[in-house]
Ligand binder design. Structure first.
Ligand code: AHR
Length: 529
């Protein structure tokens, strides 16, 4: 659990109880200057940042607390189907439209043996969950995770065990999932009812292997690289087409080393980022969220310095090809981590301010599309999650809505923007700007979308929108997400009450100015009638 410590301020982890925050924040808000603020956004249509890979809109699930057992999977529940899949949760995840689903961890990966979770249910071994407590019944394993991923429309992404596992075990897992020949593990899959190969494309080489206290044994980068090469060979020889994700760390020397040594065969280097707000200072969330962009740019530099765009001189004796595309970043754990309840205090309640932070995360990833190739939100249900469950109900937290919103409105090309906006000037905001912006073009239908998050808890921002060709774009649909205040929350106590309000309006003519309401998330979709 390396990144949590690195990315979350101690004060943030100290906790923000809503009752306390409510009182304190209300007091602070009264002293803000509530005058209409002003900004300018100029979009650059000539020099796009790059293509947005839809794989950045993924989710992560781990055998941790009530994330899987008691979250997406609850045998015997009246809300589940015969296989134990909670249908209310499934429906909510489907509507989130995730493109990738990472499994089974996280730190849990370091003790996970995939063979425990296949075959007849009554023969599966229950094991103690040595990482997070409780036990893993193994009744939800490889085939269930793949079926679940495909049902929600996502590509499965498995992380392999580099702690208590072996390279051979990882290679066998690839064979079980993807093998097409008449071989032992491919036949085992067929025997378990899956005749066609699962075609699992994404495979992570461990998880946070640099983390000292974890059960892993590869904290020295030289050890990690040596072992990761062995795993790469054992896995790629089973299926040449798989994409590998190397463990990055919050350490430039580590990243430079793994990229230099393994840059020819890895498709992605991972980046983990968790943030929280400082105690009683909700605006402090935004400078913490913005650390993501700094980290992305640092790793981008490491990629440029240590890898080639195209690998040309790869020895045929490896018996598999080098990576076909430039190395990208997989942000395979991204989340907001306050102090919650449940296992390891990970059941967090998120207010509307957290939703504004979530939207900022998506703006950052869209802005940095040329190097961010994948991301999986940590996590999905009950643990640091957009969806919470009880035995009888489930609810979408505030952060669910911006995730869904960006997936719905983003185009495939990232456009650069020049943004002139004031500093928030609110305790804790430390130079964070009032507006945060990204823009995308949709090549299929010719529309472009401007995403604007006004993070100010009180002031609307009158914004001039420059460089928009009125002949090309003469109609705008404005979609807005908002809530009554930054402290609004959705709770399991009132599962049908949604504090998140969706507004939608059509504007015609030249839209070169727009007022973004306080604490709003807006997508202006420009098109032509
Ligand atoms: O998402 C919870 C934990 O955070 C993951 O298991 C670990 O990889 C990270 O530190």
């Amino acid at each position: 659990m390396l990144s949590r410590r690195n990315f979350i301020t101690l004060a943030g982890r100290g906790g923000l109880s809503f009752a306390f925050a409510n009182k304190t924040v209300a007091g602070v808000i009264q002293s803000f200057d509530t005058a209409l603020l002003e900004a300018t956004i100029t979009i650059d249509f000539t020099n796009p940042e790059g293509t947005i890979d839809r794989a950045i809109y993924g989710q992560f699930i781990e055998h941790l607390g009530r994330a899987i057992n008691g979250g997406i999977f609850e045998e015997g529940s009246p809300l589940s189907n015969k296989k134990g899949v909670r249908l209310d949760v499934l429906d909510k995840i489907k509507q989130l439209h995730p493109t990738v689903m990472r499994y089974p961890g996280g730190t849990f990966t370091k003790i996970y043996h995939w063979m425990d979770g296949i075959g007849p249910l009554n023969e599966r071994r229950a094991r103690p969950n040595l990482i997070w407590g409780g036990l893993d019944t193994n009744r939800f394993g490889t085939d269930e995770a793949i079926t679940y991923s495909r049902t929600i429309g996502a590509d499965p992404y498995f992380s392999v065990n580099m702690g208590t596992g072996t390279a051979e075990e990882a290679g066998n897992w690839v064979e079980y999932c993807n093998g097409i020949q008449d071989t032992y593990y491919a036949n085992l899959r067929r025997k378990n009812g899956h005749m066609a190969p699962h075609k699992v494309k994404y495979w992570g080489l461990g998880n946070e292997e640099a983390a000292g206290p974890d059960i892993g044994r590869l904290q020295k980068v030289e050890d990690y690289v040596k072992e990761a090469w062995f795993y790469t060979k054992a896995m790629k020889l089973q299926d040449k087409s798989i994409k590998l994700i190397l463990c990055g760390a919050d350490d430039k020397a580590w990243n430079d080393h793994v990229l230099k040594e393994m840059g020819d065969v890895c498709d992605y280097i991972s980046l983990h980022c968790y943030v929280g707000a400082d105690k009683a200072k909700p605006a402090s969330l935004f400078p913490h969220v913005e650390k993501l962009e700094k980290s992305i740019l640092e790793i981008k530099q490491s990629i440029q310095a240590n890898t080639v765009v195209k690998v040309t001189d790869f020895k045929k004796w490896y018996r598999f090809p080098p990576r076909p595309n430039p190395v990208k970043i997989a942000i395979d754990e991204l989340g907001i981590w306050e102090t919650g309840t449940g296992a390891y205090d990970l059941e967090d309640l998120y207010n509307w301010n957290h939703a504004l932070g979530t939207a900022t995360f998506f703006n950052i990833m869209q802005r940095q599309a040329s190097v961010v190739g994948m991301a999986t939100w940590a996590q999905t249900v009950n643990v640091l999650a957009p969806i919470m469950t009880s035995k009888s109900a489930s609810v979408c937290q505030t952060i669910y809505y911006p995730m869904q919103f960006y997936r719905e409105h983003a185009g495939n090309i990232s456009l650069k923007c020049d943004v002139k906006t004031s500093d928030m000037q609110i305790p804790g905001s430390e130079g964070a700007k009032t507006l945060d912006v990204s823009a995308t073009l949709n090549e299929a239908d010719g529309t472009f979308t401007l995403f604007v998050v006004n993070r100010h808890p009180e002031s609307a921002v009158k914004t001039r929108l420059g460089n928009i060709d009125s002949k090309k774009y003469n109609t705008v649909k404005a979609y807005e997400l908002n809530a009554a205040s930054i402290l609004a929350i959705n709770t399991l106590e009132q599962p049908h009450k949604n504090v998140v309000v969706k507004n939608e309006k059509r504007l015609s003519g030249i839209v070169s100015e727009y007022i973004f309401p306080a604490h709003s998330i807006t997508a202006l979709v420009y098109g032509k009638v």
